[in-house]
Design a protein around this ligand. Structure first.
Ligand SMILES: *Cc1c(COP(=O)(O)O)cnc(C)c1O
Length: 350
């Protein structure tokens, strides 16, 4: 097994970086009078209580996530969506114009976009025809400049989860970071890899409140990893990346998590129903099993069906220009009414 050390893979300039020290991070205790951050101490005429900067390290929110996930607060990073964590990982670990990351298309598009913004090359190893990781090709493609491997499981847009033993194999053999994006994990029957963090110092797990937790508009994503990796992300992030309102609302929702999973059950039920119904149409060639809140559907002519649905005021995602996804549409599970509306439109499709 390759010996892994964070120090070996973090960019030199980041290793040496002295982070911006905000007023709130230099003194975060209790005091009566705060004259350290150039805020408008008198507050706003509208009486809103947002004239102070938010907690840069989101301690209260992290305590809640820590309790909910049974993981130490030092191993939690909170970003403005998990997209912020993706960007920070690339910026902290990959030297522009020099290093590369590896992705496994068809998969989530942001890994490649963030890499391109940072002038980082992307090694793309397509999934196999049955949407599994092509382990042989992945291992052959990795080179000395490969710093990060992004594995999205359950995968967007194919909907399946990858084999845990394949992911473990990568974690053991690869000297860089293996980033497992679990954005859809709360829709899945499978276990998160969170419990494996203690075994693999090069594992980073991304989760988000944007999907099952129904808070896409709030912008909260989390990265879980060793304290060493989390410290690096905290050093690179903008100091006040999560607003006061966002922190407060997330704390409120996380402390009432019973409701969240009630809706997840409805979505699972609706997904099975839609999967069954879709299979009845002659123009539907295949509906893929899904661990997520969407279905990937292969039809006879994806673009024609996509355009037809637009005329019925229904927007789905046309993924047919992605590798391996010829004539595939990605359909998010809607409310029961929305799903019925979709079926009604499909009944009228010739
Ligand atoms: C939706 C999604 C995300 C979520 O990103 P946020 O920035 O947290 O909203 C992350 N990864 C994948 C694979 C997704 O599909």
């Amino acid at each position: 097994m390759a010996k892994f050390s964070v120090d070996d893979i973090v960019r030199n300039n980041i290793k040496k970086l002295v982070p911006y020290s905000s007023a709130r991070s230099e003194f975060d205790g209790d005091a009566q009078v705060f004259l350290d951050a150039n805020e408008n101490s008198l507050g706003s005429i509208s009486n809103e209580k947002y004239h102070r900067y938010p907690d840069p390290l989101q301690k209260k929110l992290k305590e809640q996530i820590s309790a909910a996930k049974d993981i130490h607060t030092e191993k939690i990073f909170i970003g403005n969506g998990s997209d912020e964590a993706i960007d920070l990982l690339i910026r902290a670990f990959c030297n522009p114009g020099e290093d590369n990351i590896l992705t496994t298309p068809p998969t989530y598009g942001m890994y490649e976009v963030c890499a391109a913004i940072n002038d980082i090359a992307v090694l793309k190893v397509l999934l196999t025809d049955d949407f599994e990781l092509d382990m042989h090709k992945i291992k052959k493609s990795i080179n000395k400049k490969t710093k990060l491997i992004f594995i999205c499981s359950p995968n967007n847009p194919t909907g399946n989860s990858f084999s845990t033993s394949d992911i473990k194999d990568l974690l053991e053999k690869f000297k860089g970071l293996v980033i497992v994006d679990e954005a859809y994990i709360d829709f899945s029957e499978r276990n998160s890899l969170l419990k494996k963090l203690k075994d693999y110092p090069n594992l980073v797990i991304l989760q988000t409140l944007s999907k099952a937790w129904a808070l896409a508009g709030l912008r909260i994503g989390t990265a879980f990893a060793s304290k060493q990796i989390i410290d690096i992300l905290n050093k690179v992030k903008p100091p006040y990346n999560i607003s006061i309102i966002t922190q407060q609302l997330a704390i409120k929702v996380l402390s009432s998590n019973a409701d969240v999973f009630k809706n997840v059950k409805v979505i699972r039920y609706e997904k099975e129903k839609l999967l069954h119904d879709l299979k009845e149409y002659g123009f539907v060639k295949k509906v893929y099993e899904s661990d997520t809140n969407f279905l990937l559907v292969k039809v006879s002519n994806a673009t024609a069906l996509y355009n037809y649905l637009i005329t019925k005021n229904i927007v789905v995602r046309n993924r047919s220009n992605q590798p391996l996804l010829k004539n595939c549409l990605r359909i998010t599970i809607g409310t029961p009414d929305e799903n019925a509306f979709l079926i009604q439109a499909l009944n009228e499709y010739k």
